[in-house]
Design a protein around this ligand. Structure first.
Ligand SMILES: CC(C)(COP(=O)(O)OP(=O)(O)OC[C@H]1O[C@@H](n2cnc3c(N)ncnc32)[C@H](O)[C@@H]1OP(=O)(O)O)[C@@H](O)C(=O)NCCC(=O)NCCS
Length: 237
């Protein structure tokens, strides 16, 4: 049985869903897998299913009528008009066996003006060497070196992935890690109460510009997870 949890969130409805990898897929859940090729691995199917269940629950709490969730040609979930939704998933090793957890964030929005993105990461193992791929030169200046920087590096990575998910549906192009710059990223893990981070996205000629708000939190019941979320608001020309 999927386990559902809700986290208080400043941008909308945030739902976590955990599914065991060996859990059988019932008929209702099977109908949610329509966008997946039949050759998809069981990990991919479970990830996708957990994500769809989380999105549906978040949409329900946001006040949306039940509606099938689509998938854009670029891979983004398509939720009913008037809402923005995003999803992320991770594999976990629980004492009872492997499982996946998905996080979905849904906000009621003015279509085309506001979008949200969410990303889920496991805090361990530390991989501080990804810093040079993720951070700009300015962002790297604040680092001390090695594992002490890991909370800041992972938070930056996660916020940038959330930025990508929030703005990709509006920009419809690949956005590189170097295009976003973050400030005030905490050097320690965020509390369940969360922390805001400031983010800027370089604007390309002819493209809209966005005000970005980023929020990081550690779920109280899952201190090994990091959840980041971004709300992108289109600025008037
Ligand atoms: C697309 C990407 C962000 C997905 O992240 P990931 O860590 O691989 O996987 P996650 O579990 O966090 O997220 C997967 C979900 O992202 C969503 N997604 C995929 N492509 C997307 C897109 N173009 N726009 C918005 N959401 C997208 C999907 O909902 C997908 O889940 P689903 O297929 O089950 O519906 C990542 O693969 C990527 O390409 N990143 C590089 C670009 C980037 O992050 N740049 C930083 C810019 S500041």
């Amino acid at each position: 049985m999927p386990v559902f949890r809700r986290l208080t969130h400043p941008f909308g409805q945030l739902v976590l869903v955990e599914l065991r990898l060996d859990e059988a897929v019932d008929e209702t859940s099977a109908s949610l897998l329509v966008h997946l090729p039949t050759s998809a691995s069981s990990l991919r199917r479970t990830n996708y299913l957990a994500g769809r269940l989380a999105l549906m629950e978040a949409l329900r709490h946001a006040g949306a009528e039940p509606h099938p969730i689509g998938q854009s040609p670029r891979g983004a979930p398509i939720v009913p008009l008037g809402f923005s939704g995003s999803v992320s998933h991770k594999r976990l090793r629980r004492a009872e066996g492997p499982s996946v957890v998905a996080a979905a964030l849904v906000a009621k929005v003015e279509p085309g003006q506001v979008t949200v993105g969410v990303d889920l990461e496991t805090k361990a193992p530390a991989r501080p060497d990804i810093a040079s791929r993720i951070l700009t030169a300015i962002e790297q200046r604040g680092l001390v070196g090695g594992e002490v920087d890991w909370p800041r590096v992972l938070a930056s990575f996660s916020v940038k992935e959330s930025i990508y998910k929030a703005v990709d549906p509006l920009l419809q192009r690949y956005v590189a890690f170097s295009e976003a710059e973050l400030t005030d990223v905490p050097a320690h893990w965020p509390t369940p109460g969360g922390a805001f981070v400031r983010a800027l996205l370089a604007r390309r000629r002819g493209e809209p510009s966005f005000e970005l708000e980023a929020f990081l939190q550690t779920p109280a019941e899952d201190p090994d997870l990091l959840v980041s979320a971004v709300r992108a608001t289109r600025r008037p020309h």
